[in-house]
Ligand binder design. Structure first.
Ligand code: UDX
Ligand code: ADP
Length: 471
């Protein structure tokens, strides 16, 4: 029986391994993590991450061929294939600070693999890493090999949160990069055989190591660039009276462009886009390509601009001050159908409003009060460390209240901001919300989920991203 071990039971490792276990009943899959609380949660009825469909997959294989454990060394020693899916934070100090990836967790995982292994292993990069990480990992492993043979593969994950299970069941493609030697090709084939249990062969792309590593950074950069492009257009739409939804629709009808990923928003968030682009920028700079680096940097600059533009719009619409005013925030997660808040635009928007002394009343169906408080008091980039190593948040932010109901959050508020496109925000009784708000009652829709015309009929002043403003 083939044994797989995945180091890191996070948003990538957990769902991916659960699906491998489901689709390959004859493979034993162990997911290990240094965080005791995470593993305890994976073994409980309350999984540590919210992801539609995940509960069913985990329940049907846990205890059969899927195991969650903190006994990292035992499972690594026993495995034939080891996936590594640990944190790769952006460095906050030293060489490359603010851009380069900090490979501390990766390196410690590699050294541990070298320490405990007693048989040949295939080591698979699953978390996104800078190009040429495989080379560094290979060095650590081969220089500590004690005669054991290692093959390094890059198998980047393309799942998106909120649709992870769907994406894993029917991926557009699976990408496997490896060495172009006979041993490298054999390792690629072995991993290919795992995916071949459910992914059609023509969707499994095999490349060299560097192409696979770079493809992941490139795919995320292209996706983020689409959003920054449509967000840049949204600013122009507001200035000219065009409607960004109409522009996106017209543009997306061109089959060369396609309709997906063209929704203007308050900005993109998530653990990958910004981090991967910063990584790409750093790699370009290190390779003497400043023009290429600057091109990609602009994608992040436009994203930051979009968030600050949104805050400015709120403050100016409220007579240039939000000091002491209550503002309701609907949605804190970086997108719908996830409780994940990593790099969510809500953090920058809330911090911007708090900077102007607003009082915030936040509601999100999946994000806890503790998480919101942590996010609003943490320094940039600190989120990407294992939870128990994150700096403890100082005292909670006093001007923030977290509510468990949208109506409670909006009561007595001067303004209401929609920052995540949760479906339930489309179905709220906005008349009831209006009746309990201060007047004039303003709505700032950062995700274009409400029907602006209907809200205007009720009496709201409505600002939607990239749409004509109130007359
Ligand atoms: C992304 C990639 O899609 C995925 O392939 C990769 O493996 C990890 O990074 P994820 O971050 O989970 O996935 O979510 P995604 O759906 O890509 O959304 C990222 C951000 O862009 C969200 O904040 C989302 O709200 C925003 N977005 C997305 C827009 O603002 N407009 C769009 O049209 C699409
Ligand atoms: P991703 O979104 O890429 O899955 P997460 O931050 O959700 O990232 O998950 C990474 C996980 O890796 C965390 O749960 C963390 O505790 C774990 N981790 C980090 N370093 C190690 C290590 N050396 N051994 C085992 N687990 C680790």
């Amino acid at each position: 029986m083939v044994k797989i071990c995945c180091i890191g039971a996070g948003y990538v490792g957990g769902p991916t391994m659960a699906v491998i276990a489901l689709k390959c009943p004859l493979i034993e899959v162990a997911v290990v993590d240094i965080s005791v609380s995470r593993i305890t949660a994976w073994n409980s009825d309350q999984l540590p991450i919210y992801e539609p469909g995940l509960d069913d997959v985990v329940k049907s294989c846990r205890g059969k061929n899927l195991f969650f454990s903190t006994d990292v060394e035992k499972h690594v020693a026993e495995a034939d294939i080891i996936f590594v899916s640990v944190n790769t934070p952006t460095k906050t100090r030293g060489l490359g600070a603010g851009k380069a990836a900090d490979l501390t967790y990766w390196e410690s995982a590699a050294r541990m693999i070298a320490d405990v292994s007693k048989s040949d292993k295939i080591v698979v990069e699953k978390s996104t890493v800078p190009v040429k990480t495989a080379e560094a990992i290979e060095k650590i492993l081969t220089h500590n090999s004690k005669g054991i043979k290692y093959q390094i593969l890059s198998n980047p994950e393309f799942l998106a949160e909120g649709t992870a299970i769907e994406d894993l069941f029917g991926p557009d493609r699976v990408l496997i990069g490896g060495r172009e030697t006979p041993e490298g090709q054999k390792a690629i084939q072995m991993l290919k055989d795992v995916y071949a249990h459910w992914v059609p062969e023509e969707r499994i792309i095999c490349t060299n190591l560097w192409s696979a590593e770079l493809s992941k950074l490139a795919a995320n950069a292209f996706l983020a660039q689409r959003i920054s492009s449509v967000n840049a257009m949204s600013a122009l739409c507001e200035a000219t009276g065009a409607d960004v939804a109409e522009v996106s629709h017209a543009v997306g009808k061109d089959t060369r462009i396609g309709p997906k990923f063209l929704n203007a928003s308050v900005g993109f968030g998530g653990s990958c886009f910004q981090k991967d682009i910063l990584n790409l920028v750093y790699i370009c700079e290190c390779n003497g390509l400043p023009e290429v680096a600057n091109y990609w940097k602009q994608v992040i600059k436009v994203n930051d601009y979009q968030k600050s533009r949104f805050v400015n719009r709120i403050v100016t619409s409220m007579f240039n001050t939000v000091s002491g005013k209550k503002i309701a925030i609907f949605g804190f997660a970086f997108k719908k159908d996830t409780g994940d808040t990593r790099e969510t635009p809500a953090i920058d928007v809330c911090k911007g409003l708090l900077g102007d002394k607003a009082r915030l009343s936040i509601y999100d169906p999946q994000v806890t009060e503790d998480q919101i408080q942590r996010d609003l008091s943490m320094n940039k980039f600190d989120w990407d460390h294992p939870v128990h190593l994150q700096p403890m948040s100082p005292s909670s932010v006093k001007q923030v209240r977290v509510e468990w109901d949208a109506y409670a959050a909006a009561k007595g508020a001067h303004g209401l901001c929609i920052l995540t496109e949760w479906d339930e925000f489309k179905k709220l009784d906005y008349q009831k919300i209006y009746d309990k708000m201060m007047k004039p009652a303003l709505v700032f829709d950062g995700r274009n989920v409400v029907k602006a015309e209907e809200l205007r009929e009720i009496g709201f002043i409505v600002y939607s991203i990239g749409r004509p403003l109130d007359p």
